[in-house]
Every structure is written in structure tokens, then in C-alpha cells.
Design a protein around this ligand. Structure first.
Ligand code: A2P
Length: 301
């Protein structure tokens, strides 16, 4: 089987690479180096966010590569403190400046922050940015069905993507079914179970046995599981070997029974904040990245 990137077609007809690099918690040079390695390894989709404070590093690596811009797919996200009619456009413009790009391929609302009640007006601004070509596609992150239903009542634009925490321990079947029904692609964040628990997910029994069976690593089995479920997937790594390893997943297929075995690992356990109660809207510059950001979210979540 050829080593070949897979693509999904989003609900606006745009093709998006199904496997990309996540860069949460990767700082400065580290992020630039990771993106550089990833692009050389064949990745064409990079997922960053204003709050990660590494858009400049991502942009530097993208511009340094000789890959034509139209072959790359760059995602960034509007941070919580910038939700609201007046702040969306300046926030995107600042992201584009940091990235050094004229447009992003996908712009996402990072969290619904239901207690603030601004995601509808934010979404209506997103529609305008898309009409103007500053973003090719718009979507959301961490939206629950209730939030998606509210969007549907106020806008005729269905989000192309809902990026949610998803891995074999948190299989999110309801949001996946809803996405299928409404043409919303699901993108998995912390697809390997995240940094805190990746130990427990990736060293757990069904995955280590399957890794042996397929002559792959547990991380490759998990990434393949996402792909075979039609999920868009953005494993994060800053390690050269693991960045390459995570892209080496196009030459095998997990059989039906083994997919079901992995499906059976669901415990419904989140490692990140609960979107219903996550309402942190600190300015990104006030947020000390690294392990602290997760603690801030957890405390308030
Ligand atoms: P590192 O950056 O040192 O490679 P997730 O994408 O689920 O958030 O998981 C990211 C965590 O998993 C990071 O701590 C990352 O560490 C680690 N990781 C990424 N790829 C692999 C891999 N192939 N095997 C083991 N751990 C991995």
C-alpha cells in the first residue's frame, strides 16, 4: 500500500488532509523545528491557535519550506477573550500577521464558553471573514450538540469541522453521529490521550497487543483507528522520530474485529476541560503556557 496522505472533503467542498500535526504546548524554536520536520516527513496540515503563542513559529517554518501555499492546510483558532462582534476581525488579523500568511485554511472558535453567550455573534463574524476570503473554511472546537443546535437556529452556515477531545478512552459517539447527520467533520484533539495520560492509553493491553500484531507502535494503531473512523486527527509531538512515526500509518489497515476491540476501550474519561463549564477568557499573554495552562483550565473547568 502506498504511503499517501488521505484527504476529507469538507461541507464547503474544500479538501483537508486527514492527518496533521498538533503543536499545543510547543514553544518557539521547538514548534518551528517540529513543523519543519513534519513538512519534510509529508505532513501538509498544521493545527495551531492564538492561545498556543506559537503562530509566529509555525508561520516561520511554513514560509521556510518550499511547499506551495495551496498544498498546505493551516488551521488556527480564535481565543476566548476575543469572542464578540468587535474583536473577531482584529484577532484574525493579528493571527495572520503572526503567521505571516494572507489567509488560513480553517478558522475555529476555540471554546463555546456558554456562560458568556457570545458564540453566536462570533460565528456571524466568522461567516463574514469567510466571505471575504481571509479564511477558507470556518468551524468550531469543543461544541456540544446543544451549542451546535443554537448555531443552526441563528445561521445557515454549518461548521465544517468540530474539533473535540477524542481518543479510544473518550469516543464521543453522540457528537460523531450528530456530525455525520449534519455534515460536520469531527477532528480529534489529544488523539493519543494527551501528554498526561498517553502513558496509560498507549501502554494499555489491547493497544500493545495490536501493535505487535500489526508490527506498528500503539500510537500508530491509535492514529489508524481515528483515520478508519473518518476522523481528522492531529497528534502532537515535538520529537523528530515520533513526528515521522505518527505519519507512517498509511501502509496498513486495522481489521473490523480489532477496530471493535479498540472501540470497546471507551470509558468516557476526559483529560481536558468540560466544554459546558470551561469559561476561561484570560488574554493569551496572561496565560503561562506549559503545564500551567492545563491546570488553569482544570481549576476553572
Ligand atoms: P512528544 O511531543 O514528546 O512526542 P496528544 O496528541 O494526544 O495530545 O498526545 C501528545 C503526547 O503524546 C505528547 O506528550 C507527545 O510527546 C506524546 N506522543 C506523540 N507521539 C507519540 C508516539 N508516537 N508515541 C508515544 N508518545 C507520543
Amino acid at each position: 500500500m502506498a504511503m499517501q496522505q488521505l484527504y476529507v472533503t469538507l461541507n464547503n467542498g474544500i479538501r483537508m488532509p486527514q492527518l496533521g500535526l498538533g503543536v499545543w504546548k510547543a514553544e518557539g524554536n521547538e514548534a518551528e523545528h517540529a513543523v519543519d520536520i513534519a513538512l519534510k516527513a509529508g505532513y501538509r496540515m498544521i493545527d495551531t491557535a492564538a492561545v498556543y503563542q506559537n503562530e509566529a513559529a509555525v508561520g516561520a517554518a511554513v514560509r521556510k519550506s518550499d511547499i506551495p501555499r495551496d498544498q498546505l492546510f493551516i488551521t488556527t483558532k480564535l481565543w476566548n477573550s476575543d469572542q464578540g462582534k468587535a474583536s473577531v476581525r482584529p484577532a484574525l488579523e493579528a493571527s495572520l500577521r503572526r503567521l505571516g500568511l494572507d489567509y488560513v485554511d480553517l478558522y475555529l472558535i476555540h471554546w463555546p464558553m456558554p456562560a458568556r453567550g457570545r458564540y453566536i455573534e462570533t460565528w456571524l463574524e466568522f461567516e463574514k471573514l469567510q466571505q471575504e476570503g481571509l479564511v477558507r473554511t470556518i468551524g468550531v472546537c469543543n461544541f456540544q450538540i446543544e451549542h451546535l443546535e443554537r448555531l443552526r437556529q441563528h445561521s445557515s452556515t454549518i461548521p465544517a469541522v468540530n474539533q473535540i477531545e477524542l481518543n479510544p478512552h473518550l469516543s464521543q459517539s453522540e457528537l460523531r453521529s450528530y456530525g455525520k447527520e449534519h455534515g460536520i467533520h469531527i477532528e480529534s484533539w489529544s488523539p493519543l490521550g494527551g501528554s498526561k495520560t498517553s502513558g496509560s492509553l498507549l501502554t494499555s493491553k489491547p493497544l500493545t497487543s495490536l501493535a505487535q500484531k500489526y508490527n506498528k507502535t500503539p500510537a500508530q494503531i491509535v492514529i489508524r483507528w481515528h483515520l478508519q473512523h473518518d476522523l481528522i486527527v492531529i497528534p502532537k509531538s515535538i520529537n523528530e522520530e515520533r513526528i515521522r512515526q505518527n505519519f507512517d500509518v498509511f501502509d496498513f489497515v486495522i481489521d473490523h474485529d480489532d477496530m471493535e476491540t479498540i472501540d470497546g476501550m471507551n470509558t468516557g474519561t476526559r483529560t481536558g476541560p468540560n466544554p459546558d463549564t470551561m469559561n476561561v477568557a484570560l488574554n493569551p499573554t496572561m496565560i503561562n503556557l506549559g503545564p500551567n495552562i492545563a491546570n488553569i483550565f482544570r481549576r476553572r473547568g
